[in-house]
Write a new protein. Structure first.
Length: 589
């Protein structure tokens, strides 16, 4: 990919574009990808990093929305189930089938609540019993009938449930297991969609850390947040994909709006080996006593617990509270009463705001999760229309992008050149679909790049077949493992920095890798990452200190983590070198 400096220069020279997209979360990136494929001249900007807002705070699921059936949102469920199947097909390295188990405490509860809620005559949640859940799962399977990418649901008796989950609350009468999909690294999925677009975007530009400041007639004024430089460009159409900040961006364009009524969703990431072993590969998705649907989710060797659904006025102020932490611990106890939880097990917290449509309902659970596009026509002060992408969710980003693309193409009098439904994403292209194909690929890497098989499996799981690009960049030279994170190599980290638009150290820590999310950031580890980044981006010592402080600030203010607690073993430099040698990868025959 061209350097950021080259793309800023290109933006200066463009003067006009077909479409300006403001907001590079997954909806903005998806729309950029779709429009670039149609041959349009597109500019995508975000005031922060790609996928650093609401899109970075998901529950890590690609799902059809089982609970939306009760709200009567059949169109959304059907669309989401189909899109779930497409993502399993197109990004098999980043989206995996996820057995989702629902513990059930009642038999017939909710028989009246569900139809009343469907008719809009009841807004308070009520606990759903086995019969209601069974009916819902039958409908869910029916919606997925055309794409048989996951198995149908299974109902288990009390005894069968306790055999599968011995630590389960013995008051559970049944469990039901159905399949959705896991997305362990959402930011990587977004980046790979973006990089796919960049490969064909010869006349288009995507830039992080560029904000929209204002509009004047036919012009929009952008600002490079790194240098403060103002850049003017005249778009024919503006797509506002700023998520929870849609109304803020519209205000900057002189078009006040009240489209968004977002709710915050908070999550904990725990290092609790007992809980992790207990749930295995299953997500535990259940109804708490207050009717809130909550989850316990396996994330590598960690466990995610979430999520809340609380109204917020300012998305910039969303952060997890002590009350939410207490709530999450209590909800886990309802399902696994013997497992000990405490705050020392928390390695990360995160919180985001769903860009839901403004709704005055007393129950946030009733607010639609569907997406829509609000259109504001040009006026005397502004010569271009604004398309605001309201709502939506990770699972349906491609469908929303297509909808936006069709409206833009119609506005500009252009025809749609190509679809996106069957396009493989990033490292999903040529991904091995059988154990034999996987073994062949790993052997090719081993012979061609002197790469141990175990290391090849790690790279394949992280990047899919895009790992070949990392290997080609390093040639046949043996990789150098990092001292503090020996499952990463220095060459791998430099590749991410140089090829994936890393501007700040936190881009690398939180979005180009899962090190931040998994709570693996330590003082020595952060210093080592900063040293590698400084070498790649020519930072001086002052910039390095500033970037380390910036990560510390984010950990403390956005994620409520106290950085001065180093959880790893202390060791001197010589011990560290020994550790590095012991953890070096070895070939496996």
């Amino acid at each position: 990919m061209r350097s950021r400096a080259d793309r800023v220069q290109k933006l200066r020279q463009m003067e006009t574009c077909d479409v300006l997209i403001v907001g590079a979360g997954i909806n903005g990136i998806g729309t950029y990808h779709d429009l670039v494929l149609q041959g349009l001249n597109v500019v995508l900007v975000d005031r922060n990093d790609y996928c650093s807002g609401a899109s970075a705070a998901s529950s890590h699921m690609i799902h059809g929305g089982l609970r939306y059936l009760e709200n009567g949102e059949f169109r959304l469920v059907n669309e989401a189930v189909q899109e779930r199947g497409l993502l399993l097909q197109n990004a098999p390295h980043l989206v995996k089938p996820l057995p989702t188990t629902f513990p059930i405490f009642k038999r017939f509860s909710g028989l009246l609540n569900a139809p009343l809620k469907f008719l809009g005559l009841r807004v308070r949640p009520g606990e759903r019993g086995a019969l209601v859940i069974k009916i819902g799962l039958l409908l869910y399977d029916w919606f997925a009938r055309n794409r048989k990418v996951v198995p149908h649901h299974i109902f288990r008796s009390h005894d069968q449930s306790l055999k599968l989950f011995p630590a389960l609350n013995p008051e559970v009468l049944y469990t039901a297991t159905y399949y959705d999909a896991a997305m362990p690294s959402p930011e990587r999925l977004a980046l790979e969609v973006l990089m796919d677009a960049q490969q064909v975007a010869s006349t288009s530009v995507a830039l992080n850390y560029v904000s929209l400041k204002s509009t004047q007639g036919a012009e929009t004024i952008l600002q490079d947040e790194q240098t403060g430089e103002l850049i003017r460009i005249r778009p024919k159409v503006v797509v506002n994909a700023a998520g929870p900040w849609i109304d803020v961006v519209n205000q900057a364009m002189g078009q006040p709006s009240h489209y968004i009524g977002g709710t915050k969703g908070s999550h904990l990431v725990l290092n609790n080996p007992e809980l992790r072993a207990t749930i295995g590969d299953h997500e535990i998705f259940f109804e708490n006593e207050d009717g809130r649907l909550v989850l316990i989710f396996p994330l590598f060797d960690r466990v995610i617990i979430g999520t809340s659904d609380i109204r917020v006025e300012n998305p910039d102020n969303a952060v997890i509270t002590e009350e939410e932490i207490d709530y999450f611990f209590e909800m886990v106890k309802r399902v696994f009463p013997t497992i000990e939880l405490n705050r020392n097990q928390i390695v990360f917290t995160f919180c985001g705001v769903r860009p839901l449509p403004k709704d005055e309902s007393d129950n946030t659970d009733m607010i639609s999760r569907d997406h829509k596009i609000e259109v504001v026509e040009p006026n005397d002060q502004r010569s271009f229309p604004i398309y605001s992408l309201v709502g939506g969710k990770w699972t349906t980003f491609r469908a929303l992008a297509k909808q936006a693309s069709l409206l833009v193409l119609q506005r500009l009098g252009c025809t749609r050149r190509t679809g996106t439904a069957d396009l493989r994403i990033g490292g999903g292209r040529h991904f091995p679909e059988s154990p034999e194909a996987k073994e062949k690929l790993l052997t090719t890497w081993q012979l061609g790049y002197d790469l141990p098989v175990k290391r090849g499996e790690t790279l394949l799981s992280r990047y899919g077949t895009k790992a070949t690009e990392i290997l080609r960049a390093n040639g046949t030279a043996r990789e150098t493992p990092m001292l503090e994170y020996p499952d990463f190599s220095i060459e791998e980290i430099k590749f991410l920095i140089n090829q994936e638009d890393v501007v700040h150290l936190d881009d690398l820590v939180f979005r180009r890798s899962t090190l931040g999310m998994l709570g693996r950031i330590t003082e020595p580890g952060l210093n080592e990452l900063a040293t590698i980044t400084a070498s790649a981006l020519n930072w001086d010592a002052r910039r390095v200190r500033s970037e380390i402080d910036r990560v510390r600030k984010f950990l403390q203010s956005n994620h409520r983590m106290h950085f001065n607690q180093y959880l790893g073993p202390k060791r001197g430099r010589r011990q560290g070198e020994k550790h590095r040698q012991e953890r070096r990868w070895r070939a496996v025959s």
